[in-house]
Ligand binder design. Structure first.
Ligand code: NDP
Length: 452
């Protein structure tokens, strides 16, 4: 580790103890940016990095609600508003038992530079709760969301902070939260993105993150004069991002062969086609079932339950060309990365945020494969959120094809910026490219706006 990076990290860790995910995200970022700052010392003078790692505001609050048995439950709510230099805070809400301050600070930090890469005027933030929507009735989820909004409404607004979805926070949760916000504020504004298209949402927003990560993969392949046709693809998870990643892969002639959830994964050697995907969408989005049920319907597929005694995830240990991790942070460790490389994978496009550990990333970079980090590859979701905000401001709704065209164009531009800042001979270091391109935009805005 370069000594300047080490000193910076030591100070950060002392100041923010017990936040390993946040440390990991900052470490990855400054490892790219520090050498760039050495060549561009104006950023040092303005203490840009020191300011960037301190969120503008962190809110932590109590969320009491009553379950179906009449018992009072208490969860913890968060909103981390990290940086508003280029626009109002923007970033999703996550509902998962693993949510804590460290996870949300890492996600909010990543969000700032991802949003900058889209070229749209959006700052970065993230929020959520340790509430687990799994196994809860619709009424319980609604009561939780209403209690969550009774506090969160004070800090958000269409020109201040615009939340969206993330793990455990889909169309249902956006609806309940938006409804409560509207009632409290007595106004109908674009305070959330990911709304239903019947009441202010944008076409293609549900598809955007998955489609975007596939468009990014297409751009990476183009640099080697290749495309996705007939490529065997490993996809993790079976939530929003995974479903639309698989949909776009099928449309482009690729062959996705896996889906997973937190209990296990399915491997379907013959390929997941449109009919099988429709089954998964219904299973997950309507029945809220488990991925194991796939093998009850499609009997050639194999289900493997999670085995916590293993030091790797067997999902990443199949012959393939491409991998699309779409579940959660640190789902690919060093062993998984080595397994992927040994099985012939030479493209990784991250639908999830920070799904690869630093040791795993090191393996991908050392092997010089096409490795698209989440900050760039999954920016399609927030890009279309930005387009949803534009449509809301104009009280217009663009056609599906128009939004998809713009998404495609934004992903191409993000790819080009990564190449511009990450080119090393004939290899593109997409991690450096994404970090430096995002940094430059935010840092310049911070300098313009003075010491605030
Ligand atoms: P969903 O809640 O729709 O789906 C999450 C999926 O990941 C589920 O299949 C879930 O399984 C699985 N999962 C979650 N946590 C774990 C875990 N600890 N171990 C194994 N599997 C897990 O979320 P999204 O699809 O929206 O989000 C997935 C990832 O994409 C996240 O990293 C998110 O931050 C990122 N992302 C999402 C964007 C969006 O627009 N939605 C935008 C950019 C990034 P189970 O149901 O069993 O929990």
């Amino acid at each position: 580790m370069n000594s300047e990076v080490m000193n910076f990290m030591n100070t950060l860790k002392a100041h923010n103890p017990n936040e390993p995910e946040f440390h990991q995200a900052v470490y990855e970022f400054i490892s790219s940016v520090m050498p760039f700052i050495e060549k561009n010392p104006q950023y040092r003078k303005y203490k840009i990095l020191e300011r960037m790692v301190e969120p503008e505001r962190v809110i932590i609050f109590r969320i009491p609600w009553v379950d179906d048995q009449g018992e009072i439950q208490v969860n913890r709510g968060f909103r981390v508003e990290v940086n508003s230099a280029i626009g109002p805070f923007k970033g999703g809400l996550r509902l998962h038992p693993s949510v804590n301050l460290s996870v949300l600070k890492f996600l909010g930090f990543e969000q700032v530079y991802k949003n900058a890469l889209t070229g749209l005027p959006m700052g970065g933030g993230k929020g959520g709760s340790d509430f687990d929507p799994k196994g809860k009735s619709d009424n319980e989820v609604m009561r939780f969301c209403q209690s969550f909004m009774l506090e969160l409404f004070r800090y958000i607004g269409p020109n201040t902070d615009i939340p969206a979805g993330d793990i455990g926070f889909g169309a249902r949760e956006v609806g309940y939260c938006f409804g409560m916000y509207k009632k409290i504020m007595n106004e109908f504004t674009g305070v959330f993105t990911g709304k239903s298209t019947d009441w202010g949402g944008s076409f293609i927003r549900p598809e955007a993150t998955g489609y975007g990560s596939v468009y990014f993969a297409q751009e990476m392949l183009k640099t080697r004069s290749e495309n996705l046709d007939k490529k065997i693809c490993l996809v993790s998870a079976s939530g929003n991002v995974a479903q639309y990643t698989v949909e776009k892969l099928i449309q482009l002639g690729a062959k996705p062969v896996t889906f997973s959830d937190s209990d296990g994964y399915i491997y379907d050697e013959s390929g997941i086609n449109k009919e099988k995907l429709d089954f998964v969408m219904h299973l997950k989005n309507v029945c809220r079932g488990r991925i194991k049920e796939y093998t009850e319907k499609f009997r050639d597929a194999i289900y493997t339950p999670v085995d916590k005694t293993l030091d790797h995830n067997p999902l990443w240990n199949h012959k393939a060309d491409c991998a699309f991790p779409c579940a959660t942070q640190n789902e690919i460790n060093k062993k998984d990365a080595l397994n992927l490389l040994q099985n012939g994978v030479y493209l990784v496009s991250e639908g999830a945020n920070m799904p690869t550990t630093p040791e795993g990333v090191h393996q991908f970079l050392a092997a010089k494969i096409l490795y698209g980090p989440g900050k760039a590859a999954n920016a399609g979701g927030v890009a279309v959120s930005g387009l949803e905000m534009s449509q809301n401001s104009q009280r217009l709704s663009w056609e599906r094809a128009e939004v998809d065209r713009r998404l495609h164009q934004i992903m191409q531009k993000i790819h080009n910026q990564c190449v511009k800042y990450g080119k090393e001979g004939n290899f593109t270091h997409y991690v450096n490219g994404a970090n430096i391109a995002g940094f430059v935009r935010v840092a310049n805005a911070m300098i313009d706006q003075g010491i605030v």
